[in-house]
Unconditional design. Structure first.
Length: 254
């Protein structure tokens, strides 16, 4: 098996070529997404296939928990209008470089998405960059560093930016998804988002697990799906997902 093209460029940075094209600078010290990116050229294959099947040029897309910009890069190659939110300053620096290097049409915000405008403490880790979280689960790495980060509501953000409709919203914020949903109640009520894909992790959600379930069940008219290996949508029983379903991306359509 041949490996995707990659090269160490110094300062703990690797440049590599994802399977869908473009270029990505990856932190060589990271143990969360770096190994799979270097060995296979991709992560989140099912979600990437869904994006390729459903997202069109010109769509307005939000990447909440953008990390170093892997999904952002795919959305940029498609030609969407992207808003990226990443609370971790280390990941955000990589995100900035990757967006600039690929000439992507994206606005970047080094902030957390939350249920109110406030300051949060982010438990960050360079060894597991993708595991940084404002939840206690982010404290489990030996190189944990606590960082104060600003946070805001998507309802307020869209109002201030004059954004009337979001075609695609991806949320991957390590267990804080419930609070992100609380901060977009108006957008959901007014049906200003077409599709949301969020990461479901029972362990990361912790005490917010049942709160998120009740919130989602209360969103009128919403349909839920899992995403198959080729990006196909498979109807999902939300109650069963929260009771015993696997950790996976969940697709919500309004």
């Amino acid at each position: 098996m041949s490996l995707p093209p990659s090269c160490y460029i110094g300062d703990h940075r690797i440049i590599m070529k994802p399977t869908f094209g473009g270029k990505l600078i990856v932190p060589s010290t990271d143990l969360s997404i770096m190994p799979d990116l270097i060995l296979s050229g991709h992560i989140e294959a099912e979600l990437c296939n869904w994006i390729n099947n459903n997202i069109k040029p010109g769509n307005v897309c939000f990447d909440v928990g953008a990390n170093i910009g892997f999904i952002t890069l795919l959305l940029g190659i498609i030609g969407t209008q992207i808003y990226c939110f990443e609370a971790n300053p280390v990941a955000f620096n990589f995100l900035q470089d990757n967006v600039a290097m690929n000439g992507i049409n994206a606005k970047l915000f080094n902030m957390a998405v939350w249920s109110e405008e406030t300051q949060l403490v982010l438990h960050s880790s360079n060894r597991v960059l993708g595991g940084s979280s404002v939840k206690e689960t982010g404290r489990c790495q030996p190189d944990n560093l606590d960082i104060a980060v600003p946070a805001f509501k998507l309802d307020d953000f869209c109002s201030e930016e004059g954004i009337d409709y979001i075609d695609f919203l991806k949320i991957d914020i390590e267990g804080s998804e419930y609070h992100a949903f609380l901060g977009m109640i108006e957008l959901l009520h007014d049906r200003k988002i077409r599709t949301i894909v969020f990461e479901f992790s029972r362990w990361a959600l912790g005490e917010d697990l049942n709160l998120l379930k009740e919130f989602l069940l209360g969103v009128q008219g919403a349909q839920y799906f899992s995403i198959g290996p080729h990006g196909e949508e498979q109807p999902l029983d939300l109650e069963m997902q929260f009771q015993s379903g696997p950790n996976q991306n969940v697709l919500m359509r309004l």
